[in-house]
Write a protein that binds this ligand. Structure first.
Ligand code: SAM
Length: 249
């Protein structure tokens, strides 16, 4: 099923169709994915991932980086002393890039002793037992999911009691900033991403994916509804990015 205008899907096949679209889109942009992130965020994405990983307090933890992509957050968790890191993603091409990046990092860093493994898996049906992880992070995943509330319940299932959830993603900027940021999101990002990756559709999907995505306050409430305690968030990137944190009760 092809997406309709503004990258929306409808009908009973919508969840599967959106997942197939998202997976093939990420498979196409892997070679330039890191470079475009650096350009679009002026290098700030690295700092946001470091903050996200730190908020998960991964030292000595069994940690999951869900939707690991090229593995940056997984490596950040390992750098911070996680005992064991699993990076999971449903896009095999992304996982291949993550494996290569990890091998390079392990070859040049003596600090890279703790094991990092990568596995194929869908965020909405995780291939892990209940109560497996001390912490679970994800970066730029949530907008891509067709049933966010069900995914939050799945995160809750695989976390141990008192396990920490930290989610980094774009969010709706505060209203006064929207007119200023609109040209960046709707014009500069698709143009820059399209020119560098050769895939204009992928970088038009990016701003479109925010249209149906809940605002930061609503996402916080959804975490509470999924059974998490102490759900909170902070904004970074001039209010365009939110880092949500919560604890499994
Ligand atoms: C924008 S990239 C983010 C990658 C990485 N976390 C980062 O910070 O750069 C989104 C990733 O989510 C993955 N993804 C999207 N939906 C998924 C799902 N339902 N299950 C697992 N991975 C998913 C994609 O394959 C892609 O690698």
């Amino acid at each position: 099923m092809k997406p309709q205008r503004l990258h929306t899907w409808s009908g009973p096949e919508a969840p599967a169709a959106k997942a197939a679209y998202v997976r093939s889109m990420f498979a196409r942009i892997v070679p330039r994915y890191d470079l475009i992130n650096r350009l679009m965020t002026m290098g700030l994405d690295r700092r946001w991932r470091r903050v996200t990983a730190r908020m998960a307090a991964p030292q000595d933890a069994v940690a999951l980086d869900l939707a690991t992509g090229t593995g940056d957050l997984a490596l950040e968790l390992a750098r911070l002393g996680a005992r064991f890191v699993v990076g999971a993603d449903f896009c095999p091409e992304m996982l291949t890039a993550a494996v290569h990046k990890t091998a390079q990092w392990q070859a040049r860093s003596s600090a890279a002793r703790n094991p990092v493994s990568f596995i194929a898996g869908d965020a909405q049906q995780l291939p892990f037992r209940d109560n497996t992880f001390d912490c679970l992070v994800n970066g730029f995943l949530l907008r891509n999911l067709s049933d966010l509330q069900a995914a939050l319940r799945e995160f809750q299932r695989v976390l141990k009691p008192n396990g920490r959830l930290v989610c980094l993603d774009l969010t709706h900027p505060p209203a006064p900033l929207r007119p200023l940021l609109w040209p960046w999101f709707r014009v500069a990002v698709p143009l820059m991403g399209g020119m560098v990756s050769g895939d204009f559709d992928a970088y038009t999907y990016l701003p479109d994916s925010l249209r149906t995505y809940p605002d930061a306050e609503r996402l916080r409430a959804m975490m509470t509804a999924a059974g998490f305690a102490n759900a909170s968030y902070r904004r970074v990137g001039f209010g365009t990015v939110a880092i949500h944190a919560a604890v499994k009760t």
